[in-house]
Design a protein around this ligand. Structure first.
Ligand code: GLY
Length: 370
């Protein structure tokens, strides 16, 4: 069964299709968008090995020809050289404005290809086929595209909404458990930020979902995508509510920077630890009940996920070092940080006046437990 979440953005509206077997059956969803029976796919080596043949075979059986560009895997691909390579390839392939480009891969490929599509001939349409849990529940939806530069992550990019997103639940079975759980960090984030009933549901079903239950996985992706779609429709370009999606990210980004964006800490792991710290901070500020941070950490523990700074291997900077990494991520104004806090599970809000001393206290306590 295919579930559809509609992202109601007027003339930029699109569907996110969620279901098993979508990669092999993509043509049924993509064909109505095509003005000629040909597609250009950009992917990376690992994903190509697992899914490209099935994708192209399914297209071929429906009379849709396709060409593929296969890039190296990894974050380094989200950069100027590979943007150039992608755009030049699409031009050499004579892709026209009415054509469709497909991003087949995780967040790196989705962000890079979405940006290439945004700037190619001043904007061509593209389809996201996300192959990681993180990309299915977060980066493939909402139109944020871009690359990293020597100055930092995601500093060059554009809002460019896809024309369709195909989230094939079967691909999640090919993920390493650690990658799946890192993506699950973003799923938990949705419950924590705006849907306490979803968090309850995750507490009940999380372990079965991690063990491979496909209908539960589909439901978790659907609810996450629905919440993201609702927020993006309210605030497409992040003037307000969309910032809620950054729950856990201020702490998380600092930890990612502190660990050199290496596999010591995956993005979703940083988000999970960051959510635990954001709840600890909210409790310390007297904004949320004292027992909520423990409940957050208990669920992460149940899921065998990282939740404390002591779960990160190797050295970390001291409190001031982490604080200055956070200040780079979110501007400090007169000793105050802009932050996503929570009044309780499912009740996040943007706060512009978090005292730096409270953050310092949380960090030094967390570092002290290492
Ligand atoms: N990943 C956060 C956003 O799309 O706004």
């Amino acid at each position: 069964m295919i579930e559809k979440v509609h992202v109601a953005l007027g003339e930029r509206a699109y569907d996110v299709c969620i279901g098993a077997g979508l990669i092999g059956a993509a043509s049924a969803e993509i064909a109505p968008l095509l003005r000629r029976p040909k597609l250009w796919i950009v992917t990376e080596t690992n994903v190509a090995g697992l899914h490209l043949n099935a994708f192209q075979d399914g297209l071929r059986q429906s009379g849709i020809a396709s060409e593929a560009l296969i890039l190296p895997p990894g974050e380094a691909t989200k950069s100027w050289p590979f943007l150039t390579q992608t755009v030049e390839w699409l031009l050499a392939e004579k892709v026209e404005r009415r054509d469709i480009v497909v991003a087949l891969g995780g967040g790196v490929i989705g962000d890079l290809v979405g940006f290439a599509a945004a700037i190619l001939r001043r904007g061509v349409r593209f389809v996201q086929v996300p192959t990681s849990l993180l990309a299915q529940v977060d980066s493939s939806v909402g139109g944020k595209t871009g690359i990293n530069t020597a100055h930092g992550k995601n500093l060059v990019g554009a809002f460019h909404q896809p024309s369709l997103v195909l989230a094939d639940i079967d691909v999640l079975a090919t993920l390493a458990p650690r990658d799946f759980l890192a993506g699950y960090g973003e799923v938990v984030k949705y419950g924590l930020l705006g849907d306490a009933a979803f968090f309850d549901w995750l507490e009940r079903h999380g372990p079965a979902l991690a063990a491979g239950d496909a209908p539960l996985r589909a439901e978790a992706v659907r609810r996450s995508v629905q919440m993201k779609a609702d927020i993006v429709v309210r605030d497409e370009t992040e003037q307000g509510d969309r910032a809620l999606l950054n729950l856990g990210h201020t702490f998380g980004h600092a930890l990612e920077a502190a660990t050199g964006y290496s596999d010591r800490l995956l993005h979703g792991e940083g988000v999970a630890i960051g959510c635990a710290l954001a709840f600890a901070l909210s409790a310390r500020l007297g904004i949320c009940p004292q027992e909520e941070p423990s409940r957050v950490r208990a669920h992460l523990a149940e899921m065998k996920m990282m939740r404390d700074l002591s779960d990160i291997s190797g050295d970390l900077p001291n409190t001031d070092g982490l604080l200055s990494l956070m200040a780079q991520d979110k501007k400090v104004l007169d000793g105050q940080l802009r932050f996503i806090l929570a009044r309780g599970i499912g009740q996040a809000f943007v706060s512009a006046d978090v005292p730096v001393d409270a953050v310092r206290g949380i960090l030094s306590e967390a570092l002290g437990q290492r």
